[in-house]
Design a protein around this ligand. Sequence first.
Ligand code: FES
Length: 106
Amino acid sequence: MTKITYVDHTGTSRTVDGIDGESLMETAVSNLVPGIDGDCGGACACATCHVHVDTDWFDRLPPIEPNEKSMLEFCEGADEKSRLGCQIKVSPALDGIVVHTPVAQH
Ligand code: FES
């Protein structure tokens, strides 16, 4: 299993088992992790799955596609480590990844 750690704005961390092929958004929602809503179901159309990726992990992720980049522009508090959780698929290469959920989504 691939371990995914979500850290909320208070510093509380929750580590869950991800299923390969599912997204970080789907993994959060199915494990009742707060701070990620996924309102559009992963269609890259709502930006309620915004996360800040831990610095050590950001460069290991697949590049940002143009539609994800456009949606990130609508995210409150987006920065250079921002991604949409629905666009990142769980795989063994992500075992141990840490992402931070923004205060605006809590
Ligand atoms: Fe809507 Fe990611 S779930 S943009």
